[in-house]
Design a protein around this ligand. Sequence first.
Ligand SMILES: O=C([O-])C(=O)C[C@H](O)[C@@H](O)C(=O)[O-]
Ligand SMILES: [Mg+2]
Length: 448
Amino acid sequence: MSDTPKIVEMQVIPVAGYDSMLLNIAGAHNCYFTRILLVLKDSAGHTGVGEAPATGVVLKILNDAIPHIVGQEIGIMNQLVSDLHKRDLEENRQPKPVLPGLRPWDLERHHNAVAVLETALLDLMGQFLNQPVAQLLGPGKQRDEVPVLGYLFYIADRQKTDLEYLEGKAQAGQHPWYHLRHQEAMSHEKVVQLAEAAQDKYGFKDFKLKGGVQAGEVEIETVRALKKRFPQARITVDPNASWSLEQAISLCKDMHGILSYVEDPCGAEQGFSGRETLAEFKRATGLPVATNMIANDWRQMSHALQLNAIDIPLADPHYWSMRGANTIGTLCNAWGLTLGCHSNNHFDVSLAMLAHLGAAAPGEITPFDTHWIWQEGQHLTKNPLQIKDGKLALNGLPGLGVELDMDAVGIAHQRYNTLRHKDRDDAIAMQYLIRGWAFDGKRATLVR
Ligand SMILES: O=C([O-])C(=O)C[C@H](O)[C@@H](O)C(=O)[O-]
Ligand SMILES: [Mg+2]
């Protein structure tokens, strides 16, 4: 019937890269972060790639899928993706229903395997049709450049650990960002200095501060300092639902004109779901709310919409999938919401995924989150996309427009193989700072 190329090879390659000691509600980023590359080769000689967070569960699901994928035509890509989805559900490998107390990224894990398969197939299909992936999503390409924000963190002192963090020694002729991103930054002044360097290097117009680390009052002061330095910027703070509803309202109610929106200020408490508390927060403060914690699948999304709990769903293609996240964009456009995008530490294949997702989103979008500035320089592809003027521009190539640098992939894979802890666990590095430290989703990391 059809005559599309056949998949002749599927490789699942876990990789690791370097990270800084970035703080968040779940502790401190370790010196390494891990990802999975899914690489498909087809009979037309094309290579399709996707990237996902690395967990043992996702690796197993993908490795088990190899015999079901190899030999199939890319023309039945929808069926291949939905079959994996069904096997994933049947084998009951998904995380159990979300329980209060789980770390933020636990809420995002489901469907990583399905999403990365879909991405690699879209990459192949785009190359077959000689079109960028953005043209294969929803309404097709809407823009060539996608705004992204400067994602700021408090940074702990890596020298208090014996972990292998890069020191980022200052070098003549090198941009100060490459030094500063490895140094301790706990004060308002230091965070503003980071923002200045990031703005100078990448041209950001907007910033997000990762909160849930210091007392809420301190984090709000950092936000004020950022706004004072960048009066034109849209600024948001994300304490990952660690503030109580009462605290969130009291911290944010006078922040109109300073905070453009707030991300997951509070979550489930006292028998109320995070969707209910965010709806109350919105009503009490009148501030727009973004989330990557309480509307991460269609059932959660429908409850969030019925409660009018959110304005900016951060639809990450790594768990919504490229087409799922694009559908959220269509919904946002029709319902007066604004699409944004969540991120985790990532390599440059994911960077291309964000660019194509943003390029195909109809209507206005909120500048996307990306952790890329913390990793930039560690490329797994040749000629990765660049953030310039606070935007990611598509490169005009078909598919995702990426070509793997197999030498760099090999090194990152070797690095992964040497790691003792392969799945993310931010408590490990944090315990160097506070002995016996344990995650508590309702207490700021350093308030112990
Ligand atoms: O918006 C978010 O919640 C995130 O970006 C989640 C990430 O895991 C972030 O907290 C981080 O990298 O520590
Ligand atoms: Mg968030």
